[in-house]
Design a protein around this ligand. Structure first.
Ligand code: DGL
Length: 275
């Protein structure tokens, strides 16, 4: 592929975003990389997530990408800004890396009537404070409550997302979130793995609470970005191709990926150390 749009996640989660992007923008070529061998990123340090993410972004650039989307909140929270501000000017000034946090924080306040929103995310995303800080720029009055849900990614990655164990941890985390902010009327799934738990989460939420996931929001925002940045858009190749890479076993990836992406996938193994 000449110049595909790169889509990155620590594992499978970014496929929930890619699915929505492909729905809205099927004409482009896409290359997906899941760093499954080193996932989850959620409990890793800033330095580690930054180092891993940068290594993957450089790989995307070598594949010819002019635009890379970090379809991972943890990588967006911990690595994106440094990559945009320090690395890109040095290694690839004409290329762009975008995340999933900004598009979500720009609009989240529009969904709330009570002025209180809840953010469900990994430990890393919560600790980075990216959501409260970014939301305050667009909706300074909005009250933002966060809850780290460290068990949710392992539940999803281990195919336990429909189990009673999943109910237990969902109830536990939602209870804790609503204890912090009882007026919350919008809950954001601020981790790209969580859409697989959406139905279950919905069952444990009051009917008056809106549950948002990011796929469509990010896809809409990409449509808008490409319209506004013709210098990048013109470089992206448009043959409707999609290829998938994983840093771990392809068989596992292909089995899981079907659930996340909604169609069968045949991935290729990538050994980042040999790059
Ligand atoms: N899917 C990633 C996110 O959106 C996190 C999963 C992980 O912990 O690696 O935050």
């Amino acid at each position: 592929m000449q110049n595909p749009i790169g889509v990155f996640d620590s594992g499978y989660g970014g496929l929930t975003v890619l699915k929505e992007i492909v729905n809205k923008l099927p004409q482009y070529d896409y290359i997906y990389l899941g760093d499954n061998a080193r996932s989850p990123y959620g409990n890793r340090s800033f330095e580690t997530v930054y180092h891993y993410t940068l290594q993957c972004v450089e790989w995307f650039f070598k594949q010819g990408c002019s635009l890379v989307i970090l379809a991972c909140n943890t990588a967006s929270a911990k690595a994106l800004r440094t990559i945009q501000q320090n690395d890109l000017p040095k290694i690839a000034p004409g290329k762009r890396v975008l995340g999933v946090i900004r598009p979500t924080t720009e609009i989240i306040g529009n969904f709330s009537e009570t002025g209180s929103v809840g953010i469900l995310a990994t430990n890393g995303t919560v600790a980075s404070l990216s959501y409260p800080v970014e939301i305050a720029k667009f909706f300074p009055q909005l009250k933002v409550y966060q809850e780290a849900c460290p068990m949710w990614v392992p539940l999803v990655e281990n195919n336990e997302y429909e189990s009673h164990g999943a109910d237990y941890f969902i109830k536990k985390n939602l209870h804790s979130l609503f204890e912090k902010g009882e007026k919350i009327d919008v809950v954001l799934l601020a981790c790209t793995h969580y859409p697989l738990l959406k139905e279950k989460i919905g069952e444990h939420l009051p009917v008056t609470v809106k549950l948002l996931s990011q796929g469509e929001i990010v896809a809409e925002s990409l449509v808008d970005y490409l319209l506004r940045h013709s210098e990048i858009e013109e470089q992206c190749s448009k043959n409707g191709n999609r290829v998938f890479y994983t840093t771990d076993a392809t068989e596992d990836f292909d089995n899981h990926a079907t659930i996340f992406f909604g169609e069968a996938i045949q991935s290729t193994h990538l050994d980042l150390d040999s790059q």
